[in-house]
Design a protein around this ligand. Structure first.
Ligand SMILES: [Fe+2]
Length: 359
């Protein structure tokens, strides 16, 4: 999605118009409804710039509004255009919260100086330290494991072990994955950099490229479809793409999920690579208190259940149940590398992937 799109609780319209409508709504509410405190909350809004591309997120916003009376005005686009937009809007930006689907883009926004520190014991107590910025510039609210998916009729899981082992000639022409412009792959390579340093990482990327089944194309769903169709034997994807297909009403999606399954790599060493979807409060946020409340709401068990049940991600808060279908694939050891380290390494990961020919 290159065009900015927008969905608000008030319907379509520019952000400023939505805010103006909100103010209109307030005067009506004062005239028509009851207790003052409810009216005071009803006009509040949080302007959320989000690159999360999941329709199920509406449930997060609905539950926040139900809990606080604060509306969510959603501006949805890919992360880089959102970052550019906040920069160009400058001090007048209506953005309160920037939310992304990966640490790499949070890091980029941090480097651009777009976030302000949020000091919240609700957040620091709920979210493990490796999944948030030490000064509260951003917080992770869900985890996504990027794993090896394999076609069950072509691969015996005993052949699989680690990401590192994927460069073995055994897998020549058999690995499916998307482009190196994709931030999920950049973050995976950045985690490899933290584990092995630049030389070994470059050798690993070259070995991966040598084993690709085809030049990278499509998204994670495409890789799973291609693995099921036998274009390759293995696909590198996030787990929630497979779970979405397993839950789909479409027979062709279900067929993919029956043919392809998850292998969690590196269980005897650092663990499977995990990325975060997260958010921070924008430095110029006009509704800072509402923005902090929104982040705190995302760490509530109610929201964490929505991340888990609706989009099949892994919750960051302990004690929140996984989606049962995701849980049926088993638990796993995850790489507990600090998300900030992945962000720091991402620029070098891109240079290495370019040099090594990962298209
Ligand atoms: Fe995704």
């Amino acid at each position: 999605m290159n065009q900015l799109t927008r969905r608000t609780f008030l319907g379509a319209g520019a952000a400023s118009a939505a805010i103006a409508l909100g103010q209109l709504g307030r005067s009506k509410a004062v005239a028509q409804t009851g207790p003052a405190i409810r009216v005071a909350q009803a006009d509040q809004v949080v302007n959320l710039y989000s690159s999360r591309h999941y329709d199920t997120d509406q449930a997060l916003y609905d539950s926040f509004t139900a809990a606080t009376g604060i509306r969510v005005n959603l501006i949805e686009a890919e992360a880089d255009p959102l970052i550019e937009r906040i920069k160009s809007e400058g001090a007048n930006s209506p953005a309160d919260v920037l939310m992304t689907v990966d640490i790499g883009r949070l890091w980029r926004a941090q480097q651009e100086g777009l976030f302000q520190p949020v000091n919240s014991t609700v957040l620091t107590q709920a979210i493990p330290a490796n999944l948030r910025h030490p000064d509260g510039l951003w917080y992770g609210f869900s985890k996504r494991a990027r794993v090896i998916m394999y076609n069950k009729s072509k691969v015996n899981p005993s052949q699989l072990s680690t990401y590192e082992n994927l460069v073995d000639p055994e897998w020549r022409g058999k690995i499916l994955t998307r482009s190196s412009t994709n931030i999920y792959n950049i973050s995976m390579t950045a985690a490899m950099l933290a584990a092995h340093g630049p030389q070994e990482t470059e050798a690993w990327v070259r070995g991966m490229v040598a084993n690709f089944a085809r030049p990278p194309e499509g998204n994670d769903t495409s890789q799973l479809q291609a693995a099921a169709a036998g274009v390759g034997d293995l696909a590198i994807t996030n787990t929630y793409y497979l779970i979405r297909m397993a839950k789909s009403d479409k027979p062709e999606d279900k067929a993919v999920a029956e043919q392809v399954t998850i292998f969690f790599p590196n269980q005897r060493d650092r663990g499977a690579h995990v990325n975060i979807s997260g958010a921070g409060v924008v430095k110029t946020s006009p509704n800072k208190e509402a923005a902090i409340q929104f982040l705190e709401h995302l760490a509530s068990s109610e929201s964490q259940q929505i991340f888990a049940q609706s989009n099949n991600e892994y919750p960051v808060v302990q004690g929140v149940a996984l989606d049962p279908i995701l849980a049926s694939y088993g638990s796993f050891k995850e790489d507990t590398i600090n998300a900030a380290t992945i962000g720091e390494n991402s620029a070098e990961a891109i240079r290495i992937m370019d040099r090594a020919g990962w298209k």
